[in-house]
Every structure is written in C-alpha cells, then in structure tokens.
Write a protein that binds this ligand. Structure first.
Ligand code: FE2
Ligand code: FE2
Length: 263
C-alpha cells in the first residue's frame, strides 16, 4: 500500500508531532493506526466512491483518510512544448517525495547509477494509473532506458510481497497486522515473483524494494538536483519531447500532459 505522507501527517496534526514521538516503535504505531483507518474507511466507502482506487493521482484520488469524497484536484500548469523528464518531475510528478526519498537512499548507500534511476522512476506512473503500476511504469519508460532498468521496475511490484534476508528485506510485520497473516497475493503476482526470483536480473528489481522500505522517512530532505546528471546519462530524452516523439508509449506521457482532454 502506498502511503500519502501529507495525509498521514495531517491525521496526526503536523509533521512535528511525528518528530516528537520518542522512538521508531511509536512512529510505526502511528503509521499503523493511520493505515488501518485508511483501509477501514476505504472498505466502508467502497460503494460511495466516485473514483476507482486504481486511477492515477492526476485523475483524482481518494480524499484525506480515504473518504469517498475525492481530494480536490490541484491546478496544473501547461507544460513546455517539448517536455523533458525533468519537466515532468516539475509540472506533473511534484512533490514526488516518495521516489526522491527512494533514489536518495539508493545514492547514499552507493548503488550504481542505473539502480538509482530505477528507484527514482519506480512509482512515477502512479500519477497516471495505480493498478499494476509495476507493469505500466516499466512500459512507459521502456523506450528511454536500458532493458535492465525497465525490467527492474516491472518486477518490483511483485517482489515487495516476498522477503529476501540476503539483502535484509523482510516481509513487513506491519503487513501481517494490516492484511492479516493469511494474506495471499494474486496468483499472477506469485508467478511473476517465481519468474523474477530465478532471473539473472533479480537483484536489479530486489534493490528497488530494499530502498522502497527505507523511503518512509519523515526527516529526509530531498531534491531532484542530485539526479539530473544520472538522468542525462541514462534516460534517452527524445528531442521532440516526451509525448511527441512517436514512441509506442508517447500517449502515456501525453495523457499526463493533457489529463483534462475529454477524449
Ligand atoms: Fe511501487
Ligand atoms: Fe515505492
């Protein structure tokens, strides 16, 4: 489950309240309460919801604490004629805290540049669509990155449900309490995990999940600046601009440029 940190902090009063909590256990406790409330409210609000939960953030999202009333959409500026990836971060993905935290953690821990890029891009497609975001996210960037980077992003979604103690990734205890100990992911997720587990690039995807966990850190300051050069070296920016280069996924980028077009 993706956490909306702003809604989480709002539910507590302010971020300062979280800092004031004396230890990690209490912080985890606060987060757990928030997530449990969210699940309860989403379940009970199911029949009233006006936006399906799989819709991307640019197209609406559940309101604070998952209420049936959608969160008000934010004003979007018109994008430049030939938008770059950096423009998308600025005009459409901002504040992008989760992916920036993930990439920052990967960089601090000395990961290679392609892994840092994969962490930076691993969830940006949530602006377009949420359901099966690993697959959508990989496809969207496939024409512009190495096969390894898109492979990693495609498979991180399934790997999150399966521990790997060799890199210190455990199935989060929090998930047991929230989803129940008997929670079983869909069959296609399990199949994807089995396939990825035996693939030569397994670790490429696994490391996204390792840095994904560390990403929920309320005190980490983030910015896109440290990643501009990595984007320059590993993301093939089309000269016509993302959305206008005739690539097989240009329409996905255009949908985020023009989310209000009725057709
Ligand atoms: Fe993800
Ligand atoms: Fe993530």
């Amino acid at each position: 489950m993706e956490i909306d940190r702003r809604a989480f902090f709002a539910s507590l009063g302010s971020a300062a309240v979280v800092h004031a909590l004396p230890n990690d256990e209490e912080r985890a406790e606060a987060l757990e309460h928030y997530m449990t409330d969210l699940l309860d409210q989403q379940t009970s609000a199911n029949e009233l919801a006006t936006i399906r939960r799989g819709a991307g953030d640019l197209f609406g999202a559940p309101g604070p604490s998952g209420s049936a009333t959608p969160r008000p959409l934010r004003q979007l500026e018109r994008m430049p004629e030939r938008p770059t990836l950096v423009d998308f971060f600025k005009y459409r993905f901002a504040p992008a805290t989760h992916v920036l935290q993930s990439a920052t953690d990967a960089m601090r821990k000395g990961e290679k540049e392609e892994t840092i890029l994969a962490c930076l891009m691993h969830d940006v497609v949530l602006n377009l669509i949420k359901v099966d975001h690993g697959w959508w996210g990989a496809q969207m960037i496939e024409p512009y990155v190495s096969e390894k980077v898109s492979w990693a992003i495609r498979h991180h979604q399934a790997l999150r449900f399966y521990p790997d103690s060799s890199v210190g990734y455990e199935y989060p205890e929090l998930y047991n309490r929230i989803f129940g100990k008997d929670y079983v992911p869909e069959q296609y997720i399990k199949k994807t995990y089995d396939y990825a587990r035996n693939h030569k690039w397994y670790m490429e995807a696994r490391m996204i999940t390792v840095h994904d966990l560390y990403a929920f850190q309320p005190d980490m300051k983030v910015s896109l600046d440290p990643f501009i050069d990595i984007i320059g070296r590993h993301f093939k920016q089309p000269k016509e601009g993302l959305g206008f280069d005739g690539s097989p996924t240009a329409h996905m980028w255009r949908s985020m440029i023009f989310p209000d077009h009725p057709l």
